[in-house]
Design a protein around this ligand. Sequence first.
Ligand SMILES: NC(=O)c1ccc[n+]([C@@H]2O[C@H](COP(=O)([O-])OP(=O)(O)OC[C@H]3O[C@@H](n4cnc5c(N)ncnc54)[C@H](OP(=O)(O)O)[C@@H]3O)[C@@H](O)[C@H]2O)c1
Length: 271
Amino acid sequence: MGNRFSGKVAVITGSSRGIGKAIAVELAREGASVVLNGRNRERLELAQKEIEKHTKNVISVCCDVSDVKEGKRLIDETVKTFGRLDILVNNAGVSMRGYVADLAPEVFQSVFRNNIYGTVNPTIPAIPELRKTSGSVIFISSLAGIRGLPSLSAYCSSKMALRAIAESIRIEEHKHKIHVGLIYVGMTEIEHQKETVGPDGSVMILKKRDKKKVLTTEFVAKTVLKNIRKRMFITTMTPVGKLNKFLQARVPLLVEKFILKNLHRFEEGSQ
Ligand SMILES: NC(=O)c1ccc[n+]([C@@H]2O[C@H](COP(=O)([O-])OP(=O)(O)OC[C@H]3O[C@@H](n4cnc5c(N)ncnc54)[C@H](OP(=O)(O)O)[C@@H]3O)[C@@H](O)[C@H]2O)c1
């Protein structure tokens, strides 16, 4: 337990499980007051019990951040309870699978609604509060947000959009000293039945991932906290992620050739 975030108030969207919950645990362990969020009340209650082992200063706001009013309610309830906001981690997000030719167009709508609007909806009402505290707004992107990948078109494009939003806010809020962080997260362990959206829009459950090949949620969470503490802009996780970002910026067609030769590596099974 540390106190590097003591006195700070943090909202983490989509924190009832997975990476969001791990970020909430780490922030609570470092002394922050924590606001949890998710759509499923039961999952949220379980997560709150876990965070209560580290802090008494935790509340849950059960809401869907892809809804404009609900995104605002998340921020309003935070300020009403704790009187301030220092950190907003935009973590809630959904993934999808399927080639563009096979996708129901609604898949794009659903992914954009959750991953883009679900980020913008809490961020807009948070900005006036973050100006008061010179706080941080963090965008959880993915290594899949660096270039378009097979089967992940809607997901990749939604995560790429976060970079543009983050860049705009950095310039717009420069004089208000708001810190903006963008994290390109690598493939991470699955601790539960992780859902994704199938080509026809139905829910698919992903298979457990080989633990040796993926990051732990704790490692991802600690990396996010480092980004916030050091007020960094872009954090790219894993050596392969860093190499991909470097090559994509300089020789994108070479990266494309590599992907075409290794298509099987981009297929992830569902249960
Ligand atoms: N896991 C990976 O390998 C990986 C890699 C790179 C980037 N990322 C990114 O990291 C973030 C977290 O991923 P994860 O794997 O931890 O996901 P996850 O296990 O599926 O958890 C997603 C969380 O977000 C909540 N959520 C989803 N949509 C929401 C909405 N509209 N409003 C409120 N809460 C919502 C979920 O709870 P409810 O369903 O109850 O609402 C859950 O708490 C995502 O943005 C993802 O794109 C993940």
